[in-house]
Design a protein around this ligand. Structure first.
Ligand code: HEM
Length: 491
């Protein structure tokens, strides 16, 4: 196994910083390239790496394709990035892949839609060039950190703040619909996290580093290719030279590696309509006398998600939430679907978690299915934003949701595949005419969800979309050397 170059890898790749409970994402625009690069050079030594743990704050940084162009990266290098990143999330084609329709369509986004033609008619917003990710142990430390960083980029005169997206401390690890989140995660081989994850979840799928980091071998046993620059463009030799490599698909050998220790970061701001979600479940589970049935309501919610509110898996606890009474949370993750629940009687085939990671269930046999599903894993790093809704059933008019963030070295094969082929696929796993009931794009269906059970399946109809996409973008999260290279550009 290749050792990870931790000093060159940004910390967020390896850690979700759970000890830093508050976060802020600053969206920036480059207004003066030389000054912006000077600012980058200044902060490049302060970016949190995967080496050691910062107790108070952590800072990471990522760039959009237009952002890299504005910083002066040359035309040739810009073309060596992957297609989804070059195009951006908001183009017509990618919006179709992602199912961003209706109110979730890019023209209506509050940020990130600058490369979408139709935005002009609705809600045009400025191009996002840089994403600064700030994490802190508490609100006061975060506020101070935001101000400190703000003072530095304002003083630089090279970048301008477009928007500040905050994700404050939440009372627990549940997302806003009320379900424990952040459980099903892969482990990067060589990160030393396997044991810790095993203790936490009794399970850890370890995947080759190349699934989440460019420059390392991926699950296909080839090097995860990243962007590169021609030797003449790196006279100071800030970047490592790519050796001629038989394991490489494109063989950029001899060029200088801009991608090494970097990855792609997918960011989607997903507003959650909590009262809509619970009112829908309540209406769908009322008894013949039209009285609410709270147990049936939570059970149907769990069938939508694929786990109970505590996080317990429906496969392991098909009847009831083992922590319904004590309110405890669980991270148990050691299960598959094929052996115990092939038909989806416990965890519906179309539930959110089963679509987002079907584990061993879609393939000729369990092992082949698991291996193929593992080629489409993502590393989730998102955080909830907005305050918890005091009463799930009562809309308080407050905006809240998930700043969904995930990391992957191949956006098309990982994040976009999950979204297109699993989440939004009406024919997923032998189903038809239905999509993920929690986050799916209902436009192509009649809003149905099948809950498999014996002797007869039940079907829930007239689903509404419980989330709305408010903004998003694809970013490149570089290694530290690559960041220094960008800061040293002279054009
Ligand atoms: C507001 C939107 C979302 C909500 C409320 C939500 C909620 C949840 C919950 C409660 C879980 C179960 C706990 C866990 O395993 O961590 C989960 C798992 C998961 N979600 Fe989401 N999610 C959202 C958006 C997304 C999106 C956009 C994707 C990717 C396209 C995604 C991918 C996943 C994956 C991969 C898992 C783990 C599945 C497993 O390994 O078993 N989620 N989500």
């Amino acid at each position: 196994m290749t050792e990870l170059e931790r000093h060159d890898i940004q910390g967020i790749v390896i850690s979700s910083y759970i000890h830093l409970s508050c976060a802020a994402y600053v969206l920036l625009r480059v207004t003066d390239a030389p000054k912006a690069r000077r600012w980058l050079a200044e902060i490049s030594g302060e970016i949190t790496t995967a080496q050691g743990k910062q107790e108070q704050t952590s800072t990471n940084i990522a760039f959009t394709h237009p952002g890299l162009a504005k910083l002066g990266l040359d035309e040739h290098a810009l073309k060596t990035f992957s297609r989804p990143f070059i195009e951006g999330m908001a183009t017509e084609y990618r919006a179709r892949i992602l199912g961003d329709r209706g109110e979730s369509a890019p023209p209506f986004w509050g940020w990130g839609n600058s490369n979408c033609d139709r935005a002009q008619e609705h809600n045009p917003n400025p191009p996002v060039d840089i994403l600064l990710l700030l994490f802190a142990r508490d609100e006061a430390t975060l506020a101070a950190e935001i101000e400190r960083r703000r003072a530095s980029f304002v003083a630089s005169g090279g970048v301008e703040e477009i928007l500040l997206l905050e994700a404050g401390r939440q009372p627990d690890t549940k997302e806003h619909f009320g379900f424990n989140d952040g459980i099903g995660q892969p482990v990067i081989a060589g990160s030393g996290k396997k044991e810790r994850q095993q203790q936490r979840t009794h399970h850890a799928t370890e995947l080759p580093a190349g699934e989440f980091l460019m420059g390392y071998t991926n699950d296909y046993d080839v090097i995860a290719e990243g962007p590169f620059v021609e030797p003449g463009r790196d006279p100071g030799n800030l970047l490592p030279v790519i050796p001629p490599n038989t394991q490489s698909l494109y063989d950029p050998g001899g060029n200088h590696d801009l991608g090494r220790n970097g990855t792609y970061l997918v960011f989607r701001q997903l507003a959650q309509h909590v009262a809509d979600f619970w009112q829908f479940l309540d209406a769908a589970t009322r008894g013949p006398d039209n009285a609410s049935d709270s147990e049936a309501c939570v059970r149907l919610g769990a069938k939508f998600v694929g786990r109970w509110p505590s996080g317990a898996s429906l496969v392991q606890y098909p009847e009831r939430d083992p922590h319904a009474a004590d309110g405890q949370l669980t991270n148990e993750n050691n299960f598959g679907y094929t052996q115990t629940d092939a038909s989806g009687f416990a965890c519906p085939i179309g539930s959110h978690v089963r679509r987002a990671n079907p584990r061993d269930s879609i393939g000729p046999d369990a092992e082949t299915a698991r291996r193929s599903a593992n080629r489409h894993r993502i590393m989730r790093r998102g955080r909830s934003y907005g305050t918890r809704q005091p009463d799930h059933f009562v809309d308080d008019g407050v905006e809240r949701g998930l700043h969904f963030i995930c990391l992957n070295s191949d956006i098309e094969r990982q994040f976009e595949f999950v979204q297109l082929t699993w989440i939004n696929n009406p024919a997923f796993g032998g189903l038809y005419n239905e999509v993920d009931p929690v986050i799916g794009n209902l436009d192509r269906t009649d809003g149905m969800m099948t809950v498999q059970c014996e002797p007869l399946r039940t079907r829930v109809h007239n689903l509404r979309r419980f989330i709305t996409v408010r903004g998003g973008a694809y970013f490149f999260l570089p290694g530290i050397n690559a960041l220094r290279y960008l800061a040293a550009l002279t054009t």
